[in-house]
Write a protein that binds this ligand. Structure first.
Ligand code: SAH
Ligand code: SF4
Length: 339
């Protein structure tokens, strides 16, 4: 909307300060309807409504599964495609938002419900940020944002435009450090992120330290093999001085054995000065009825053994808290029938 808004005002010879007033109404006063922007004369409000519709966001919130701690929102896009976003509230009121970057996903990771959908299309930058605009204008605080909803963010170039909107001071004005992007390892995208958004938190979905197994679970490994990706991540660490998160889903007897954890330790400890900046994020597998039944979550003893091995080797490790699985809003459970 922002770019189109600028053009629209220009075309109609409306002075630039009106643009600033509209931006101020949205991002400072949290006004979501053009008709409520009383600092604007009626004719401008009508022009905006005719051009953009009544609300400043174009995505249509269609269904919400809500609780105090977790909310799952289904957004309908202009062409009827649907995506999901998840809101999490932590203790002390900290709010975190997990947003989608694509309608569906073409990468077909075996354990992921979104992966069974195939790719419908990339979301535009405006659609991506509209998910957040909706929450912001409903009174929520955008304390942290993660690109961990549907789709692979680094396979959609519009994600970079979205990052620009999110970090521009007059718009969302978020610090890069409040944003986390999770990727299966799209090398050109990681390089671009290192260059353009060095402070954005980067998570790499590894899930197996063995090439052959990773290729089986995540076909992208054939295009961007894990050892190549690790070199690019080392470079990211060297250029930015920032931590890189290694996401690792724990699948019972598939990738949670001692052989796996030993290979993972070797992979991460063998990176010279970069080693200390790798942080492993263990993710308990979330059940989905769209993925194969051979995948079940590791039990808590196994998770703890895996965690301890990493910790004993001096690797920073956390086990990701389980939120949202009750409403199918947890990682990997996002799936929309009509996509
Ligand atoms: N496409 C990106 C971001 C979206 S998925 C990526 O894959 O990294 C966000 C995270 O959820 C990834 O780490 C992904 O591997 C993980 N995930 C996928 N399916 C899951 C499942 N069934 N249970 C737990 N985590 C899952
Ligand atoms: Fe796509 Fe990520 Fe799911 Fe893989 S895990 S299918 S890349 S959304």
């Amino acid at each position: 909307m922002i770019e189109k808004l600028y053009d629209l005002l220009n075309k109609n010879n409306i002075p630039e300060y009106r643009f600033n007033q509209i931006i101020h109404s949205i991002f400072k006063q949290r006004i979501g309807k053009y008709e409520d922007m009383k600092t604007l004369p009626k004719n401008i409000r009508e022009l905006l409504i005719n051009e953009f519709g009544s609300t400043v966001y174009k995505v249509k919130p269609t269904l919400e599964n809500d609780s105090e701690q977790v909310g799952k929102m289904l957004f309908e896009l202009c062409d009827g495609n649907k995506v999901e976003a998840v809101r999490l509230r932590y203790q002390r009121g900290w709010e975190s938002f997990c947003i989608s970057s694509q309608c569906g996903c073409c990468f077909g990771c075996k354990f992921c419900a979104t992966g069974t959908l195939g790719l419908k299309r990339n979301m535009t930058a405006e659609e991506i940020t509209d998910q957040l605009l909706y929450f912001f204008l409903s009174g929520h605080n955008l304390d942290s944002i993660s690109f961990m909803g549907m789709g692979e963010p680094l396979a959609n170039p519009h994600v970079f435009e979205a990052l620009s909107l999110l970090t521009t001071p007059n718009y969302f004005g978020l610090s890069q450090r409040r944003i986390t992007l999770s990727t299966i390892g799209i090398i050109p995208g990681i390089r671009r992120l290192t260059e353009e958004y060095p402070q954005v938190n980067l998570a790499y979905s590894l899930h197996s330290p063995f090439d052959e197994q990773r290729s089986e679970l995540m076909p992208i490994n054939k295009t961007y093999p894990l050892h190549e990706v690790m070199k690019v991540l080392d470079n990211h660490i060297q250029c930015t001085g920032r931590k890189v998160f290694i996401a690792y889903i724990l699948l019972d007897k598939v990738n949670d054995t001692m052989k796996h954890v030993e290979a993972l330790v070797k992979l991460l400890k063998g990176r010279g000065a970069c080693s200390r900046l790798y942080h492993v994020d263990l993710i308990p597998y979330n059940h989905t009825d769209k993925t194969e039944s051979r995948f079940t979550p590791s039990n808590s003893n196994q998770i703890q053994r895996f965690r301890k091995k990493l910790q004993d080797a001096g690797i920073e490790v956390t086990v990701r808290a389980q939120f949202g699985s009750g409403v199918n809003a947890a990682c990997g459970q996002l799936y929309i029938k009509s996509v």
